[in-house]
Design a protein around this ligand. Sequence first.
Ligand SMILES: [Cu+2]
Length: 319
Amino acid sequence: MISRRRGFATGASRLLVFVAAVASAMLTIAPTAHAAVRQYWVAAVPTTWNAVPNGKDATLGTLYPPSQTIFPTVVYQRYTRGWRTPMRNAPVGTVDHDGVPGPLIRARVGDRVLVHFKNMDTLRNVPHSMHFHAFHYRPSSDGAYVPGFSGKDAAVPVGRSYTYRLRAARDSVGVWPYHDHSPSMHESILGGMYGVISILGRHERPPDREFQVFFAPVGDFMGIDGRAFVGNTPVFHARVGDRVQWDVLALGSDHHTFHVHGHRWRGSGGRLQDVQELGPADAFRIRWREDAPGTWLYHCHVEDHMERGMIGIYQVAAR
Ligand SMILES: [Cu+2]
């Protein structure tokens, strides 16, 4: 008994010494102690996009022929390491189709993020790039074309690749867009070359559900995640009690007003609101604990945008 107790005591003091040593080491390198290096492989790939797969505006009953809704385009596609195999851009539930928006780029404060980008655009055969909001980086990872100044990051030729080196700092927390910023930027964004960056604090608890809502024009329509009208735009799902997060972003030349039925949230200054405005390249995240079972609408409240497709369904199941 005694020897066992002594053995425990010895083990315990060794443990204490070890804990003290680790604690002291963590104090020295605290800011980066848990930082990760996250790597993403992304490519610009040709695809055939259908903005209205079911061919109709279910609200007004208007029918749209495939000739009006289907078009060839180039999108960002996530790949496994070394661009071996295409993979889903985001988990099912954050968006329920693939291609638009591009890969969901996640990070925590302190992380380094390497985005390996390859241009596989054999459709338009033009250079592309990736330009990231929110992250800290050197000009060589800006991805924006500046005539006479920018380098390989800003116009990656077809068949070539480039690695963007990014760092998430404390002022990177939140939701932000990334997009093509090469000379073909305007046509590329219209075609769907954009995506979502979602950055959490170092120790911030992630939500139970995260939904990506990206407002942008798509062909003749006004789209959410590249799709138009109820039945085509994503159907988001939650349960009563879930901590949900809406990632809301916009690109293009319009201002939008994000609205969810049956829900309110605290905006800037603590004001309760059920509509929140955003302009081009603007972004925000909205969070609440779900307490309203039922089938709800979410949409842009600019009437013209809503009529041209910016509307979808949010389903909340009772627990
Ligand atoms: Cu709108």
